[in-house]
Design a protein around this ligand. Structure first.
Ligand code: 5GP
Length: 185
């Protein structure tokens, strides 16, 4: 297996259940690398530095931008997010497939730089269901939930620009669909 791995851009609004689907995908598949992003948002309960994200300051983030360390980066819900380029390149060389869990602006940047990357959009079954899931999480203030809901409404029309759209009506089923796409790349 000396072949280079593939890059998969996985986008989907906050509350689409994307993280749950991805967790299931990682349980069922080896040689898959989850790209750990850098972010300036505060950790949620249970999130671990270096595992879920690299939690960094705006100053450090700006420094990394200046040093051209990101494959892509974007502002989302008043925070900065970016994909460190080094680990992605390294894992691809090692033959790993790489998952980028990133929002739509970042997805566009990666497609422009790596047209061979395969893009997947995870969509909620409906806006009502999305809102229900966002509220169910209850780790965020009402103001943040509203902001994320508004952002989601702007993101959903982007789905048509993706190579694949997976509707997350059931996370086990959606994970299976994602795996089929990954395994057939
Ligand atoms: P959350 O704050 O809910 O973890 O993530 C918010 C959004 O930022 C999600 O859509 C997630 O996919 C996206 N995101 C996470 N990391 C990155 C990144 O490195 N770059 C970009 N552009 N978006 C990211």
């Amino acid at each position: 297996m000396s072949e280079r791995g593939h890059v998969f851009i996985v986008s989907g609004p906050s509350g689409s259940g994307k993280s749950t689907v991805l967790r299931e995908v990682f349980k069922r598949r080896d040689r898959l690398y989850f790209s750990v992003s850098a972010t300036t948002r505060a950790p949620r309960p249970g999130e671990r530095d270096g595992v879920d994200y690299w939690f960094i300051t705006e100053e450090r983030f700006d420094e990394m931008v200046e040093q051209d360390q990101f494959l892509e980066h974007a502002r989302y819900a008043k925070c900065s997010y970016g994909t460190p380029a080094g680990p992605v390149r390294e894992k691809l060389r090692e033959g790993f497939d790489v998952i980028l869990d990133i929002e739509v602006q970042g997805g566009r940047q990666v497609k422009a730089r790596m047209p061979e990357a395969i893009s997947l959009f995870i969509a909620p079954p409906s806006l009502e269901e999305l809102e229900r899931r966002l509220r169910g999480r209850s780790t965020e203030s009402e103001e943040k939930i509203k902001l994320r809901l508004e952002t989601a409404k702007n993101e959903l029309p982007e789905a048509e620009k993706y190579d694949h759209v997976v509707v997350n009506d059931d996370y086990m089923r959606a994970a299976g669909e994602l795996l089929d796409i990954i395994n057939n790349a």
